[in-house]
Design a protein around this ligand. Structure first.
Ligand SMILES: *Cc1c(COP(=O)(O)O)cnc(C)c1O
Length: 391
């Protein structure tokens, strides 16, 4: 008999009823160190006082109004994002995959307005993840996500992630845009080298096509910059954001330049809940903390500590782990043993990590994690690896 919850997830037998900073507390009282952070969502940890205050104050005042009216919290968050990034304009969604939908629509409308209606192909890459909507799965294109769900939304050209030569050859007069994650998350914490991102920007400029970056997982401070592409000194035309921006409240956004967004006039797109006062009040509070002087430098400093300790862990357990990869506090342990076994062994040591493709275990702690908690995490991973070796 089917379960009351549609059984699309295989869930660990863990149930949490409270969160405090980097910790999740099981209903039986056990405290788990949370290196998953709701898959890079709880950027400021659990129950951060500034976020609780922002949400509570907004909840007491007003939850929802339609986008038929002015929403000051939405304007404040959009203004802040425009101040802090390449973007001239922002549309708010409730999730990453909705941001993907709009990014695709925006690109199509851009070329439609230029009377280039055949220019509707978006180049995407193997191992990528852009969400579970029809556009998102068609964009990523992996069999795992698309099998059985055809016919798929047309207009995506899938290239091998590593094959840079194939990319310039693939650009034709049908190419509208390139969509890519600066660091693949679900794909196994695979960072694009900075020079490759620079080359991508140059290639897009050369052909006059749009660059869409999916920073849903790697954005909002995770790499030690507000957005990961800043490390390469380039900017996209369109950027998808979600996860960390809401700190746990469902919130996403599409950021764009004025030019890229030029087709999106009144009536061309909308959302009932996107940009609601609750989400935007929390989003403003998240950005206030992340954009505080010193916050991102602190993320980078802690990331250095973490990475160094993880290199030691890998060296000490070469039967379990192969390598550390990633950037900032978006780290992956490439495993020799099966990654899901490593995650399970972590549960026994009361530490939460997240599996990813390519046999990787993801470490995506709250950006507010302390040095002490980082060392505690490595010690628990060490115990988990020792248990696996002894088994
Ligand atoms: C999680 C994720 C998405 C999808 O976000 P949802 O909020 O789950 O729809 C899209 N792109 C990337 C890179 C992600 O990590």
């Amino acid at each position: 008999m089917i379960t009351s919850i549609l059984p699309t997830y295989s869930r660990a037998p863990l149930s949490f009823d409270k969160g405090e900073g980097s910790w999740l507390i099981e209903t039986d009282g056990r405290r788990f160190l949370d290196l998953g952070a709701g898959i890079a969502v709880n950027a400021l940890g659990h129950a951060h006082p500034a976020l609780v205050a922002a949400l509570t104050a907004q909840a007491e005042a007003l939850w929802h109004v339609s986008n038929l009216y002015q929403i000051p919290q939405q304007k404040a968050l959009a203004d802040r994002l425009v101040d802090l990034t390449f973007a001239d304009t922002v549309f708010f969604t409730n999730s990453g995959t909705e941001a993907c939908e709009l990014a695709v629509k925006m690109v199509r409308k851009y070329w439609f307005e230029k009377n280039e209606i055949n220019r509707a192909e978006i180049i995407t890459f193997s191992g990528s993840f852009h969400g579970r909507s029809s556009a998102g799965i068609a964009a990523a294109g992996s069999e795992k996500m698309t099998k059985g769900f055809g016919p798929l939304l047309p207009g995506f050209v899938h290239l091998d992630w590593e094959d840079q030569d194939a990319l310039s050859a693939a650009i034709t007069d049908k190419t509208a845009a390139i969509m890519i994650e600066p660091i693949q998350g679900e794909g196994g914490i695979r960072p694009l080298p900075d020079h490759y991102l620079k080359d991508l920007r140059a290639l897009c400029d050369k052909h006059g096509i749009l660059l869409i970056l999916d920073e849903v997982q790697c954005g909002v401070g995770r790499t030690g910059k507000l957005f990961a592409h800043e490390w390469a000194g380039i900017s996209p035309d369109i950027m998808m954001v979600a996860k960390g921006i809401g700190g746990g409240f469902p919130l996403g956004a599409v950021l764009a330049t004025e030019d890229a967004a030029s087709g999106m006039t009144a009536g061309t797109h909308g959302s009932t809940y996107g940009g609601n006062p609750l989400g935007c009040a929390v989003g403003c509070a998240v950005l206030e903390v992340v954009a505080e002087p010193g916050f991102l430098a602190d993320v980078s400093r802690k990331a250095g500590t973490f990475r160094q300790a993880l290199e030691g862990l890998v060296a000490a357990h070469s039967d379990v782990f192969e390598a550390v990869r990633g950037a900032g506090l978006m780290l992956g342990l490439k495993c020799k043993m099966t990654n899901s076994d490593v995650v399970s062994a972590g549960y026994d040591q009361h530490i939460l990590t997240v599996p990813a493709a390519d046999n990787v275990v993801r470490l995506l702690p709250p950006l507010t994690i302390t040095e002490g908690e980082i060392l505690e995490a490595v010690s628990r991973l060490d115990a988990a690896a020792s248990a696996l070796e002894a088994a």
